[in-house]
Design a protein around this ligand. Structure first.
Ligand SMILES: *[C@@H]1O[C@H](CO)[C@@H](O)[C@H](O)[C@H]1NC(C)=O
Length: 221
C-alpha cells in the first residue's frame, strides 16, 4: 500500500478531519441539551376535510402518517372558512414558556405545491394565528411564502427540526441537522405544533401531500 504514504492522501485525510470539526462547531445536533417529551398516538389529533371520511385524506401505516387534500376540499369543520387541510395538531402539549422543539422526518412528493407542511400555531383568538409556517412552492421549502429554507425538498426523506425559544421569541429551522433559517417572532400566550398539509393561497397543485414519521417533541426549561 505505497499510496498510503503519498502526500495527496495525507491531504485528503486532513481535509476530512477539518470538515468534521467544522460541521460540529457550525451546527451540531439540534436536539442536544433538550429532553424528549413522551407522546402517545392520542396526542396526534387529525384535522381533515369534514365532507369526506378521514381515511380518504389521512393514513397511518408502518409508522408513517400520510396527509393529502384536494384543492376543492372543504375545511376541517363547518364553523371555519379556512382552506382545506389534513393535519395533525399535537394535542395536550401547548406551551407558553421555555424552549420547545419539533422533530420529524418528512417527505413531500413532487407535484405538491401551495401548501403548508408544518406550523407553530398560536392560541385560538390570537392576533396572528401562527408564528411559523413552512410552505412548499414548486419544490422549495419556504418560511411562509418568503425566505427559502431548503431548495430541493421533493421526493426524499428530510429531517426537520424547528426550535421555538419562547424566552427570546425566536424560531430556528434545521434541515438534515443543518441550520437553514432563523428569525424573531411575535410573542403570544401559548403555542402548539402542527404538521401535514394545509392549502395556501397561490401556486396550489390540484392535490397536496406530505408524509411524516418519527415525530418527536422536545423541551428545555
Ligand atoms: C425512524 O425511526 C426508525 C427507528 O429508529 C428508523 O429505523 C427509521 O429509519 C427512521 N425513519 C426515518 C425516515 O429516518
Amino acid at each position: 500500500m505505497a499510496s498510503l504514504t503519498s502526500p495527496w492522501l495525507f491531504l485528503l485525510v486532513a481535509m476530512g478531519c477539518t470538515f468534521l470539526v467544522a460541521a460540529r462547531g457550525g451546527s451540531g445536533n439540534p436536539t442536544a441539551g433538550f429532553e424528549k417529551v413522551e407522546l402517545t398516538d392520542g396526542d396526534f389529533q387529525v384535522q381533515s376535510p369534514f365532507n369526506v371520511p378521514e381515511s380518504q385524506r389521512f393514513q397511518y401505516r408502518n409508522g408513517v402518517r400520510t396527509f393529502w387534500v384536494h384543492r376543492n376540499d372543504k375545511p376541517f369543520n363547518t364553523a371555519t372558512h379556512t382552506n382545506p387541510r389534513s393535519e395533525v395538531r399535537l394535542r395536550g402539549h401547548d406551551y407558553s414558556s421555555g424552549v420547545w422543539q419539533f422533530e420529524g422526518y418528512g417527505y413531500i412528493p413532487s407535484g405538491t405545491s401551495g401548501a403548508s407542511v408544518m406550523q407553530i400555531h398560536n392560541q385560538e383568538g390570537a392576533a396572528h394565528s401562527t408564528v411559523l409556517m413552512l410552505h412548499v412552492y414548486n419544490g422549495v421549502l419556504r418560511f411562509y411564502s418568503g425566505a427559502e429554507v431548503e431548495p430541493d425538498i421533493y421526493n426524499r426523506w428530510f429531517r426537520l427540526n424547528v426550535v421555538h425559544n419562547v424566552r427570546t421569541s425566536t424560531v430556528t429551522v434545521y434541515v438534515d441537522g443543518k441550520h437553514k433559517f432563523g428569525t424573531s417572532v411575535t410573542p403570544s400566550d401559548s403555542y402548539y405544533f402542527k404538521f401535514g398539509v394545509y392549502m395556501q393561497h397561490h401556486d396550489q397543485s390540484s392535490c397536496m401531500e406530505s408524509r411524516w414519521t418519527n415525530v418527536t417533541l422536545y423541551s428545555k426549561h
